[in-house]
Design a protein around this ligand. Structure first.
Ligand code: BV8
Ligand code: ZN
Length: 240
């Protein structure tokens, strides 16, 4: 079991506003490959940045749709892991916690987290590629891509590369980051902007910044503490 420094334990107990920021690494122990993991099998020949883009969808909507359908099935087939569960437990225990996630898998909600700020959207929702209208939940057993009333194709309601993040979610996330006295960045490569700016913003506004990741990232040098370990193990030790 990871040893948590006493200083972090006491900061956690006295935190006025804890912000938790998660990336794909938090879902790795559930069995969902991170974006950086090489695409496997059928998808090995594609670069995720190409598939997760409006250009990719415009060029070959069926392939992009099939990739998300495959990823969504994997999300539904797995369970939240101890990292998700520990985060939901901290939300119950502490006076003020803001959860900001880059993940689209919906596992934080399934672990009991109330209202994560989903900066990159949610794979279980659809929206219209043409008029951007909400397209509701992903329909069961659909083969061909469903269409909106306007005639446009529906697409996963996730944020693709080159697309703007949801304004309100990003605004609330930035405000929370500026107000945080303790900021945990968990399982993210800190490469994708503007989300990756949030831990730096928190640090500039006086937060104590902790990174939890088995690997170093561009954030590591700025962090007050780097816990090099798997999110599930470290977070379970943090709430023990
Ligand atoms: C924007 C949803 C501009 C989709 C995702 C050229 C043109 C346009 C924009 C750009 C450009 N060049 C750069 C940009 C900006 C671009 C960007 O940052 N690119 C990067 C690659 C340089 N950003 C954008 O395009 C954003 N939009 O800038 O709009 C704009 C402005 C005005 C007007 C119009 C437009 C949109 C970015 C959002 C993209 N969508 N996801 C989908 O999921 O399909 S991002 C996607 O990649 C994931 O959400 C994830 O957050 C991100 C990174 O993927 P991963 O690396 O897998 O995940 P993560 O970073 O979380 O890393 C995994 C980590 O886990 C690793 O560090 C690993 O060590 C660790 N780990 C592994 N196991 C464990 C673990 N940690 C803990 N425990 C473990 N067990
Ligand atoms: Zn439409």
């Amino acid at each position: 079991m990871t040893r948590i420094p006493d200083d972090l334990v006491s900061r956690l107990c006295n935190a006025c506003h804890l912000v938790i920021f998660t990336g794909a690494g938090v879902s790795a122990e559930s069995g969902i490959p991170t974006f950086r993991d090489a695409q496997t099998g059928l998808w090995a020949k594609y670069r995720p940045e190409e598939l997760a883009s409006p250009e990719g969808f415009r060029a070959d909507p069926q392939t992009v749709w099939d990739w998300y359908a495959w990823r969504r099935e994997r999300c539904l087939a797995v369970q939240p892991n101890p990292a998700h569960l520990a985060i939901a437990e901290l939300e119950r225990r502490l006076p003020k916690v803001t959860l900001i996630t880059q993940n689209v898998d919906g596992l934080h909600q399934r672990a009991g987290s109330g209202a994560p700020l989903e900066l990159h959207g949610n794979i279980h929702r659809l929206k219209c590629f043409k008029c951007r209208r909400d397209g509701g939940d992903w329909p069961e057993d659909v083969r061909s891509i469903p269409r909106c009333e306007c005639g446009g194709l529906l697409r996963p309601a996730v944020v693709w590369f080159g697309e703007s993040l949801p304004e309100s979610a990003l605004e609330v996330a930035a405000e929370a980051s500026q107000d945080a006295d303790l900021f945990l960045s968990i399982g993210t490569s800190s490469l994708v902007y503007p989300a990756a700016e949030l831990p730096f913003l928190a640090k500039r506004h006086g937060a104590h910044l902790v990174e939890i990741n088995p690997q170093p990232t561009p954030l590591s040098a700025r962090a007050d503490l780097c816990l090099q370990g798997a999110a599930g193990e470290v977070m379970a030790a943090l709430i023990a």
